[in-house]
Structure formats: structure tokens, C-alpha cells
Design a protein around this ligand. Structure first.
Ligand code: ADP
Ligand code: MG
Length: 594
């Protein structure tokens, strides 16, 4: 009997594989540009005709290909970029699958000239439908010159499926933008039907954005920067009032590779909440540097989707950094800022080794003798509330939205035992005291939990609490976190908990109910990531311990609260996403009284 199962000939297999990598002319452009970048070129020229349907050329001044590698480079799975499966987790090149040249050569006519620094002349090869038709020596400069003609000449279905030149050109421009934005350190030129449409000189990221989108864009952008042990974030977001009705200006680059991530996009949308008109989209140009071990790029043939090991934490960093930038921009338009890095964003779980917390006690000072326990670390440096040094700390304000016009000393008032009013030079802000304090406590606790640096204070008389069986069980789940925020305790016989130290932010009178609330176990799913658990606990503590509406505050307390608040990473919303303050412009007041 004849065998029915046959191995496909190579050129057919290549054609099928090509379908995954090369869908349209823009896919060829992307792959060839990426190869040029990988070859460390600093000058790359793209030339196309009829939206790439008849001609695509990429000329680079990169490393070139060794003469004996030229034919191999066109084989499927031929790559110089990785050697072992381990290398998949160290990728710092655009390519690594070794599919592009083989795929392109299977469905077009390709000509490649290449010269390395060791060659006297360049080597040229011509391939049509995976078959080598010519291999000669030629005279070309250092680097690689690839020409792709008659794309899909042998796959009529694909060719017929292509859209109009306009549409295909748009796709090509889109790929060009993505790569040009990933690499401002490279000079890119782009010719369409012999007309130069881009000539991007070597520059920085902001200039690159504006040289692609127009010089006005420089004034549309707000910088975003964050540096945590997990991710280094740098880039720009579009000021809300310049947002567009299209999604065209949304760029994430992870380790210089453009990627699509609905999840991270959500983090940004979330940060813009309330700032965009209906139907408008946020714009962003963000570079993320992440340890390649912590991402997986190999999940899609076009390598534009990746998986993150620490997705949740990256989400949190991104959202908070974008919010911070938006916050600053709202009050001080056009400010290029340096952010206060005095406390690292509390997202660095993985690298922090637990250290036994030290109990530091200042015998002169017991903050909980003060009525409302709004004790900032700054206050601890001073002897007591009586001293006159509790002015607004302008250094820390500089890093927040209020830098230009900081409130004058003593010009802080409480309103309705509920709000803090702060007159500035040309406006006035009204802060919700409860939400501001929730924000302070939330960030404090989150920071203690993640850095394991807390300010525990010893109790003069240890407290004893009797736990029930459920609470004792729950203690086992959360004891590390509870310890990290400054509760020092021992579980004795019969579920007796002996507490001899507590967090500074927790007055003695509230220790019992706070611990009980932390041990209630409600809503905590211990299988979820550590960060979510810390986030959840910090919110709980913030809610429990924050000063409330109706609490009267002394002037000094108001100022301490403000100082602390201005030091927060996020000042727009409470941990429960409620707005913390409003600002009233002088002009608004004048208008009202007109
Ligand atoms: P990959 O980029 O995934 O390695 P490709 O099929 O795109 O696979 O390219 C195969 C190999 O050919 C590359 O690994 C590289 O060694 C070589 N190559 C391709 N284009 C260039 C270029 N422009 N300059 C130098 N080397 C190149
Ligand atoms: Mg490649």
C-alpha cells in the first residue's frame, strides 16, 4: 500500500511557515529593520515602492554576515543569536527564532549583499522561492543590503488578499515608527516611491518622538520615570488635553522591543481615570527595562506579545508612576521633574531578605500621647510637638505638585473638622483629612512590608490578647507581614498572644482591634501574589488607623499631616480610589464673586 503520510518538501514547509511570520509587506519591513538593528548598525535606510508590493530594500552599516554563513542564514531556524534553550531567557536582540530570512526567501525574490569588516569585497546571493539562483562577489560597502521583490509572487491567495497601497503603506509606517522609537540612537531614513518621507537623525527619545510626530509634540508630553528593582521605567505620556480619539499613540517597549499588552495598557487607562473625555484615549511612549529572565518573548511568531513573570507588580509600578506624573502636571503644566527617590516604591519584594526588625525607642517621646497619632518620621527627629520646627518641608514639596507655591508657614487651617485648607499664591487646596491620612498610612505600611524596615515601638507593658482558634490559624498565614510592619509578639499557650511592640502609626488603644482586623482573614486569598496581600493588608490598616472626619486637629498636627502627605508617591487618590483634594484657582473664586 502507498504511504499517505509524507514529509513536505522544504520549500513548501517554508512557505507554510512564512505565513506565520510574513503576513504583508510591513512584516518584511519589520523583520529586515530588526535584523539591521541586531547587526548594531547606526545608519539604516528603508526604501519601498508601491507600498512594498514591488520592492522593499533595507540597507544598513552593521556587522554584516560572514561569507560561509550567508546560505545558512536563509535556512529555517538558522540564527546567530541564540545557541541553547537557556539563551531564550537572556535575549537582548530583536530576532532569535531564525525564521525571517527563510520565510521571506520562500515567498519572494531576494537579493542580499553583505560585507563584514574582515572582507575585502562583499558577498552577494540571489534566492527565488527558497532556491539559490546566484552567488557572486560584488563591491558594496560595509554592512548588509537586502532587496525583496515580488512579494507573494508564488502565493496568489496572499497577494490578492493585500489591501490598497495606502493601507499597506500605513502598516509599513506603523512598523517603522515602532522600530525608530525603540532606537533613537540610530539614524533612520525612509524613502517611498523615491520620495524621502523620514530622515531621523540620532537623538534622544523625546526628540525622536517629535521628529516622527511633529515638533509640537514636545509640549504635549509629560515625563514618566520610575526605578525599582523589578523594572526601570522611562518615557513620556500625553497630557490629557492632547489625547486623541484614536489609539495610534500607544507604545510600550520592553527591552527596546515594541510590544502589545492589553494588561499594561489597562494600568495606564486606570491612571488616567477621570481625566479623559469620553471616546478619547491616553497616549504613551514608555520604555521598560526588565531582566530578560523575567519575561517570555517566545509566545508569538511576530514577537509582539510577551509574558511577564511579575505582571501584577509591573502593573502597580506603571499605574502609580503614570498617576504621579499626571498629578504633577495637573498643577504645574510643563514641568520637567526629578522625582523624590527617598523611598523606593514598595514593589521590591523579591530581592528583600527578611531582617530581624530593630526596636528603636526614643524615651523622650511617645507620639501616642498626642491626641491623633499623625506622627511622621520627621517629627521623630524633634524632641516634641512643642518645638517650633514643624514647618512645611519645601524640599519634599518640590517633588510634588505644589512645588512652585508652597504654603507659607502656619497658613494651614482645618475646616469643619474634616478638611485641611491650604492657601497658595494663586490658588487654594482643600484636602480631605481622612483620605490624605489613609494615603500616608497605606504607603507607610506597604513600604514597611516590602522593605522590612519599620519603626516598631516597644510597649511599656506588654499586652495580652486571647485569640480564638480561627485567628490563631490566620496568624500563621500573616505573621510575616504583621511582623514586617512592626508588631512584635509571641504566641503563648492557649492561643494567648503576647504583644510587646507595635507600629508607630498604631496607638496603643487601637492595637487590639487592629490585630483582630488583620486576623479576621476576610477577603484574603493566600494563594494570590504577595504584593496583593500586602496591598490588601495596608489598605485595611489605613482604613482602621486613619484620622477620621470630625477629628479636631491642632495646627502642628495639620502641618505634620501635610508634610507627610506631600511626601507620598501618589497624592491624587486615596487607597480606595477616592479623590484626596480639590484645588480652587484664584480666578475661579474671582469669577464666582464677580
Ligand atoms: P534571527 O534574526 O531570528 O536570527 P533571521 O532569519 O532574521 O533570524 O536572520 C538569520 C541570521 O542572519 C541572523 O541570526 C543574523 O546572523 C543574520 N543576519 C540577517 N540579517 C542581517 C543583517 N542585516 N546584518 C547582519 N546579519 C544579519
Ligand atoms: Mg531576524
Amino acid at each position: 500500500m502507498n504511504s499517505r503520510v509524507l514529509l513536505l518538501p522544504d520549500h513548501v514547509a517554508n512557505q507554510i511557515a512564512a505565513g506565520e511570520v510574513i503576513q504583508r509587506p510591513s512584516s518584511v519591513v519589520k523583520e529586515l529593520l530588526e535584523n539591521a538593528v541586531d547587526a548594531k548598525a547606526n545608519k539604516i535606510k528603508l526604501v519601498i515602492k508601491n507600498a512594498g508590493k514591488t520592492l522593499i530594500q533595507v540597507i544598513d552599516n552593521g556587522n554584516g554576515i560572514n561569507s560561509h554563513d550567508i546560505c545558512i542564514a536563509f535556512e529555517r531556524h538558522a540564527t546567530s543569536k541564540i545557541k541553547t534553550a537557556d539563551d531564550l531567557f537572556k535575549i537582548n536582540t530583536k530576532g532569535f527564532r531564525g525564521e525571517a530570512l527563510a520565510s521571506i526567501a520562500a515567498i519572494s525574490h531576494v537579493e542580499l549583499h553583505t560585507k563584514t569588516k574582515n572582507d575585502d569585497v562583499s558577498n552577494s546571493i540571489r534566492i527565488e522561492g527558497s532556491k539559490i539562483v546566484e552567488q557572486i562577489l560584488s563591491a558594496k560597502p560595509l554592512g548588509t543590503f537586502v532587496t525583496v521583490k515580488n512579494l507573494f509572487y508564488n502565493v496568489p491567495a496572499r497577494r490578492n488578499f493585500l489591501k490598497s497601497d495606502n493601507v499597506e503603506l500605513r502598516h509599513i509606517i506603523e512598523e517603522f515608527h515602532r522600530i525608530a522609537l525603540s532606537h533613537p540612537e540610530i539614524n533612520f531614513k525612509f524613502f517611498n516611491n523615491e520620495i524621502e518621507i523620514f530622515n531621523l537623525s540620532i537623538s534622544n527619545f523625546k526628540k525622536r518622538i517629535s521628529s516622527i510626530l511633529g515638533s509640537k509634540w514636545e509640549s504635549y508630553l509629560v515625563p514618566v520615570e520610575e526605578n525599582t528593582s523589578l523594572v526601570l521605567l522611562k518615557g513620556f505620556i500625553l497630557k490629557p488635553e492632547f489625547s486623541k480619539k484614536s489609539r495610534g499613540h500607544q507604545f510600550f517597549f520592553v527591552n527596546d522591543r515594541f510590544i502589545k499588552s492589553p494588561f499594561l495598557h489597562h494600568a495606564i487607562t486606570n491612571a488616567y481615570e477621570g481625566l479623559l473625555k469620553q471616546g478619547f484615549y491616553p497616549g504613551y511612549f514608555l520604555h521598560l527595562k526588565i531582566d530578560p529572565k523575567k519575561i517570555d518573548i517566545n509566545i508569538h511568531p511576530t514577537k509582539t506579545e510577551i509574558k511577564f513573570e511579575d505582571e501584577q507588580n509591573i502593573y502597580a509600578v506603571l499605574r502609580s508612576a503614570v498617576k504621579h506624573s499626571l498629578g504633577i502636571f495637573q498643577v504645574i503644566p510643563s514641568l520637567d521633574f526629578e522625582k523624590n527617590n527617598s523611598f523606593e516604591v514598595p514593589y521590591n519584594f523579591k530581592n528583600v531578605k527578611p531582617t530581624p526588625p530593630k526596636i528603636e525607642v526614643n524615651p523622650q517621646f511617645n507620639p501616642f500621647n498626642v491626641s491623633k497619632n499623625i506622627i511622621s518620621s520627621k517629627v521623630e527627629k524633634h524632641e516634641s510637638f512643642e518645638t517650633e520646627i514643624l514647618n512645611i518641608d519645601t524640599d519634599s514639596i518640590l517633588n510634588t505638585k505644589l512645588s512652585i507655591e508652597s504654603p507659607k508657614e502656619n497658613r494651614v487651617y482645618q475646616l469643619f473638622s474634616k478638611y485641611i485648607v491650604c492657601p497658595l499664591q494663586t490658588s487654594m487646596i482643600i484636602i480631605d483629612q481622612n483620605r490624605a491620612h489613609q494615603r500616608i498610612l497605606y504607603e507607610d505600611f506597604l513600604s514597611s512590608m516590602t522593605t522590612k524596615k519599620n519603626s516598631s515601638q516597644q510597649l511599656l507593658f506588654p499586652l495580652k490578647i486571647k485569640l480564638n482558634a480561627k485567628q490563631a490559624l490566620e496568624l500563621d498565614n500573616v505573621k510575616e507581614i504583621i511582623d514586617s510592619i512592626g508588631f512584635k509578639f509571641e504566641l503563648k499557650k492557649n492561643h494567648f498572644l503576647k504583644i510587646y511592640g507595635s507600629p508607630q502609626q498604631c496607638p496603643e488603644s487601637k492595637i487590639k482591634e487592629t490585630l483582630e482586623s488583620l486576623l479576621s482573614g476576610e477577603n484574603i486569598d493566600h494563594s494570590i501574589k504577595h504584593f496583593s496581600q500586602a496591598d490588601h493588608m495596608s489598605k485595611k490598616l489605613a482604613k482602621k488607623l486613619a484620622i477620621r472626619s470630625g477629628d479636631y486637629l491642632e495646627k502642628e498636627e495639620l502641618q505634620v499631616l501635610l508634610n507627610k502627605f506631600f511626601d507620598c508617591k501618589e497624592t491624587q487618590v486615596s487607597p480606595f480610589n477616592k479623590p484626596i483634594f480639590i484645588s480652587l484657582e484664584k480666578t475661579e473664586i474671582e469669577q464666582k464673586l464677580n
